[in-house]
Design a protein around this ligand. Sequence first.
Ligand code: SF4
Length: 262
Amino acid sequence: VDVGALLDWYERGHRPLPWRATRDPYALLVSEVMCQQTQAARAAGHYERWMARFPDAQALAAAPAADVLEAWSGLGYNRRALALQAAASMVVRDGWPRDAAGLRALPGVGPYTAAAVAAFAWDEPVAAVDTNVRRVLERHDAVQRSPQALAERAAALLPPRRAAGFNQAMMELGATVCTPRRPRCERCPVGATCAGGEASVRPRPLERFEDTDRWLRGRVVAAALAGEALPEAEPARMRRVLDGLERDGLISRGRDGSVAPP
Ligand code: SF4
């Protein structure tokens, strides 16, 4: 990946998402938790209303739970709002953790969210691998990797002191150019080194909502909350969904393969 070309492309223009301009870890945590299940463009309006109502961790920690849930309304998975409030309370009590590893001790914060907040707020040299970044790297390298190998590949690309820009640029590339169905390879800043290109995108027949990972994610989270058995699904698909939910801090997995709320 030509990281220099990627950073130049990002700096020349990107979506003006409201959390892109801040280095406030609280604001970044709010935005990342909102975007766990909601598209960034749709989360933006919720984010601005939330920040006007709960501008910092103190305000959120002190708010009645009913107000928090009301402000979250429309984003779904209310547990995330309550976990965010619990995280704000811990921050008010103990101060902000020092790094991504410390952030993971906060309720509802998985490896991806911790890496994103630490990189964006503090330029900590950690790579945040979400589904967009996974797709870009899989296509670019024409290799499918385990979550661990993927994290190592992304970490190896991190430019010195540019972790925030690198992570933003990779996510932006996956969200706007290297999109799931129709990547715009002709506009891609890393196209010159891409091994896959458009040929790596297998045409897929139109799928039913029940066949999407998004649907399965919702079913798995609901089953974990209710303490019920997981829905039936093809093993590779289930593994991918469980890996993603764990990475996003929405479930935790026991050694015996059981799934529970985080
Ligand atoms: S050239 Fe195409 S497939 Fe490769 S990273 Fe860019 S948009 Fe994705």
